[in-house]
Design a protein around this ligand. Structure first.
Ligand code: SAM
Length: 240
């Protein structure tokens, strides 16, 4: 088995336009907007608008990249997405930014299969929002965290937003129930609910938040904190 537990084809991206996908992910990820508000606040407070080097794992349609790049004009951006459809959406979105990055490259590859440092050496910031939960095993997630640590400069930040579970079984069960309730309450229609519920139940590989924070510490991050949480949606900030 490869580290990544799905193929881009299994994720059905070709069936959505960019705007449709953006609408669906905003509806389907509890706290998607608030997580991005918090992430933007952190980028603002940490970098004060200076140009930085950014690597993003799983750039999707470029929503997260756009939010961040507008705060740090003149930055160097490298994104990786294993879906050609999504990589094209990111490129397209970034090419239309009112304040374009100095350089931007979006590579179509499985980030679990490639080294990061030739893509982005000594990054100031690594981003991944809803992009690591398809690493199918604990070991696969730890490998990604190790690679993130190694490509960051000292003091650099990893902003890791994702769907996670929890060690305490009652907390895990409650947040899972609330996640499905959110899907039912917010789905555009029944077909969309069918797809997102299937995706969550059979394609997502969630690991406990507490374990992932420990793995980040084990690979070397000196400060690891939760910056936002709603149900299974968590934003972890890890500082090298
Ligand atoms: C759900 S999107 C999220 C995009 C954006 N951050 C947001 O919140 O709207 C995550 C992206 O990660 C990509 N992805 C997942 N696993 C990947 C892997 N192993 N290598 C490269 N891309 C991956 C998917 O193709 C998808 O486009």
């Amino acid at each position: 088995m490869t580290a990544t537990n799905v193929t881009p084809q299994e994720l059905n991206y070709a069936n959505h336009s960019r705007d449709q996908y953006d609408d669906e992910i905003r509806r389907s990820i509890p706290g998607h907007r608030e997580l991005h508000d918090r992430l933007a606040q952190i980028v603002h407070d940490e970098f004060h608008g200076s140009a930085i080097r950014i690597l993003e794992l799983g750039s999707g349609t470029g929503l997260t990249a756009e939010r961040v790049l507008l705060l740090v004009p003149g930055s160097d951006y490298a994104g990786i997405d294993f879906s050609e459809v999504m990589a094209a959406h990111t490129r397209n979105r970034l090419s239309r930014l009112s304040v374009p990055p100095l350089t931007s490259r979006v590579i179509c590859a499985d980030y679990a299969q490639i080294p990061f440092w030739p893509v982005s050496e000594r990054s100031d910031l690594v981003l991944s929002v809803i992009g690591i939960h398809h690493q199918g095993t604990d070991e696969a997630k730890k490998n990604v965290f190790r690679k993130v640590y190694n490509c960051l400069r000292g003091g650099g930040l990893f902003l890791f937003g994702d769907l996670m579970t929890f060690r305490d079984q009652r907390t895990a069960a409650l947040n899972e129930a609330l996640h499905y309730h959110h899907l039912v309450a917010n789905a555009r229609d029944e077909q969309s609910l069918r797809e997102w519920a299937y995706h969550h139940k059979f394609q997502n590989a969630l690991a406990p938040m507490e374990s992932q924070m420990n793995w980040l510490r084990e690979v070397g991050f000196r400060q690891v904190d939760v910056a936002y949480q709603k149900f299974n949606t968590v934003l972890v900030v890890a500082k090298k």
